[in-house]
Design a protein. Structure first.
Length: 105
């Protein structure tokens, strides 16, 4: 009887995973995981980590961008763009020989 219960639990868990994978983008942001409803039921971009996205990365995932905008969660894109800009400026300063000194505590 235990084997049947385990099988049923696994089937329910697997079905839930397939449903979420088809219906939602699971977006990993600096603030945590965000569920964004997909515009089409596909497995494309079911899980995506946007913490280090560049504008080019966003351009390559237009369906994801459209879903984020439709869900009124543009802050995901804005936060990623600001973080990318900060990284770019930091890299540029490092290449120019400027280092960020941490204040003494």
């Amino acid at each position: 009887m235990s084997a049947i219960r385990n099988l049923m639990f696994g089937m329910i868990l697997g079905g839930a995973g397939v449903y979420v994978g088809l219906k939602y983008h699971v977006v990993n942001t600096n603030e945590g995981l965000v569920l964004v409803p997909k515009l089409e039921a596909t497995f494309a971009d079911s899980y995506i980590d946007v913490r280090k996205f560049t504008p080019n990365d966003w351009n390559e995932r237009r369906q994801l961008v459209a879903a984020i905008v439709k869900a009124d969660k543009q802050d995901i894109i804005q936060d990623s763009a600001v973080d990318g800009l900060k990284r770019g400026v930091g890299d540029l300063l490092n290449r120019l020989g400027y280092t960020q000194e941490k204040p003494a505590s």
